[in-house]
Design a protein around this ligand. Structure first.
Ligand SMILES: *Cc1c(COP(=O)(O)O)cnc(C)c1O
Length: 231
């Protein structure tokens, strides 16, 4: 199949999965944002998906995301930065990202805030939480979440919107996302504007939707397999 037909077919199949998962969880599909994770795929694929109605795209490396966002600036897309982030990339990321899902330490929050203020932009932030204490995957320890969330909420140029997590491979996604939902409820009690939950990828989006995800980040199920794991 040619690429446009292939993308249209996989988007239709994914949309059916989202509708079924929302119905099973007694939720409205309109509450859920699909973030198409376009890392490793060309700008032409993003443009094709934009033509099919998608607006939210996720990237995980600044070197790749910055030129893609610049090339597609005319399409008025919303760019989500979902990967591990270094402080030295924050000025660049703050210049095009609408949402950063992976803020997990104070230094990063401050650098991103500085970048956003310099670019005269407002960046929406999700604090990434670790659900298993493995530093390799990133994420703040739940015990340090309240302090980091307060720092983000008070940082000019940033707007605290909620939490993000990746289900640890050694856990049942159901258990991981249930724990995330508990943390999100406590965060929202402190910060009413921070109700977003970014959880669920190609393999576990049903479990995430069952546990209140407002944003699913889907790459493979939409765009196909990637040549290698890129974060
Ligand atoms: C790559 C990536 C995704 C998409 O994963 P798929 O399994 O391809 O759907 C989601 N979230 C993050 C943080 C990623 O790096």
């Amino acid at each position: 199949m040619r690429r446009p037909g292939e993308l249209a077919a996989s988007l239709a199949a994914l949309e059916r999965r989202l509708v079924v998962a929302c119905a099973a969880a007694n939720r409205d599909r309109a509450e859920l944002t699909l973030v198409a994770v376009s890392k490793t795929f060309p700008a032409a694929d993003v443009a094709e998906l934009a033509g099919l109605g998608l607006r939210d795209f996720g990237e995980s490396r600044d070197q790749e995301a910055a030129p893609k966002a610049a090339e597609l600036a005319g399409l008025a897309l919303r760019w989500h930065f979902v990967g591990r982030l270094q402080t030295n990339k924050c000025p660049s990321v703050a210049s095009y990202a609408d949402v950063v899902h992976s803020v997990d330490r104070p230094r990063l929050a401050r650098a991103l805030g500085r970048g956003a203020r310099r670019a005269e932009r407002r960046v929406e932030v999700l604090v990434q939480v670790s659900l298993d204490g493995d530093p390799g995957r990133g994420g703040v320890e739940p015990s340090q979440l309240p302090a980091l969330a307060a720092l983000v909420a008070g940082e000019g140029g940033l707007r605290l919107r909620g939490l993000m997590a990746v289900a640890p491979p050694a856990q049942q996604p159901e258990a991981a996302f249930a724990r995330l939902a508990g943390l999100a409820g406590r965060l929202r009690a402190e910060h009413p504007q921070a109700g977003w939950i970014s959880a669920g990828m190609s393999v576990d989006l049903e479990a995430a939707i069952a546990h209140g995800a407002t944003h699913v980040r889907v790459g493979t199920a939409l765009l196909g397999g990637r040549p290698r794991v890129v974060r």
